[in-house]
Design a protein around this ligand. Structure first.
Ligand SMILES: NC(=O)C1=CN([C@@H]2O[C@H](COP(=O)(O)OP(=O)(O)OC[C@H]3O[C@@H](n4cnc5c(N)ncnc54)[C@H](O)[C@@H]3O)[C@@H](O)[C@H]2O)C=CC1
Ligand SMILES: O=C(O)C1=N[C@H](C(=O)O)C[C@H](O)C1
Length: 272
């Protein structure tokens, strides 16, 4: 039985993950953690997420160290916000708890802190900006296509719901990194939006555009524009269940992962 703790427990992803964990025969929800000062502390997370009481009460992140010691999870799943996730990851790693992290918006400095902490404490970690199987196939297609279309102009467009706090999406940033790497250039060639008399497009630049509105779950388009034609690689998420299915795969994968290393969903799926 895999003992699972979830942070961001009452969020869009956290609540969905908890619902799916509760349905698994090989998993047990042992902790549900929310932001410090949450008014939901002490409430049954099953009732909060519309499933009826499950006997797991919401605890605050400020008590995470004690919560981990008392509940002894095998893995902590984090879908929160970057600034919070860094602290959560440090606390979990120091407690020897493996990690599945879907939170996006980490800076390079925050990622370095996370990498060092996971390496130092020799915990296992799956960290991926998008857990959907289809998106990780999308990344592989981009890796294979980018060298062939090296002289095409690339633009990345992502669209998400009005509540998303970070931009561009972590998925769009990963797509940018994949294409930039294949071209032997820095992701700093990105041009985030365009406004004013910006002049002609340069050959090296990669446009990145974030659309926000409504309840869009997550669309990503990578456009390769050439002379007389263009190719558009598109992924559209219809439901957060696509991400949550990937989270279940990651939770089951983690035991076999290498201690002290961070892998992503491509590794979990064996397509990297
Ligand atoms: N990797 C993937 O497949 C996916 C990643 N995401 C990312 O996951 C993150 C969360 O997305 P949503 O669930 O839509 O956001 P949300 O805002 O609905 O949920 C975040 C939750 O975290 C809680 N929280 C804030 N600070 C906390 C702390 N210190 N400890 C515990 N909980 C804390 C908030 O109260 C909230 O309930 C975002 O970074 C988003 O980009 C979202 C969907 C898929
Ligand atoms: O915030 C979201 O909703 C999502 N965020 C992730 C990202 O930033 O790429 C993944 C997915 O697109 C949904």
């Amino acid at each position: 039985m895999i003992r699972v703790a979830v942070t961001g427990a009452c969020g869009r992803m956290g609540s969905g993950i908890i619902g799916r964990v509760l349905e698994q025969d090989d998993m047990e929800l042992v902790a549900a953690i929310e932001a410090p000062g949450t008014p939901l502390s002490g409430r049954d997370v099953g009732e909060l997420t519309g499933r009826g009481p499950v006997g797991v009460m919401v605890t605050e992140a400020s008590a995470l160290k004690d919560t981990l010691a008392e509940t002894e999870p095998d893995v902590l799943v984090d879908f929160t916000i970057a600034t919070a996730a860094v602290e959560t990851i440090k606390t979990a790693a120091e407690a020897g708890v493996n990690l599945v992290v879907g939170t996006t918006g980490f800076s390079d400095e925050q990622m370095k802190i996370i990498e060092d902490c996971i390496k130092r404490n020799r915990v296992k970690a799956v960290i991926s900006p998008n857990m959907a199987v289809g998106v990780n196939v999308f990344f592989k297609v981009l890796r294979d296509l980018a060298p062939v279309l090296s002289d095409y102009d690339v633009e990345i467009i992502e669209a998400h719901h009005r509540h998303k706090k970070d931009a561009p999406s972590g998925t769009a940033v990963r797509a940018l990194e994949v294409i930039a790497e294949s071209r032997g250039v820095s992701p700093e060639v990105a041009v985030h939006g365009r406004n004013g008399l910006v002049g002609e497009r340069t050959d090296d630049e990669i446009g990145v555009h974030a659309v926000r509105g409504g309840d869009i779950v997550g669309d990503h388009i990578v456009l390769f524009a050439g002379d007389g034609e263009r190719l558009e690689i598109v992924h559209r998420a219809h439901s957060r269940q696509a991400f949550i299915s990937g989270v279940m795969r990651a939770i089951r994968f983690i035991e076999s992962a290498e201690p002290g290393c961070i892998v992503d969903m491509g590794d979990v799926l064996g397509i990297n």
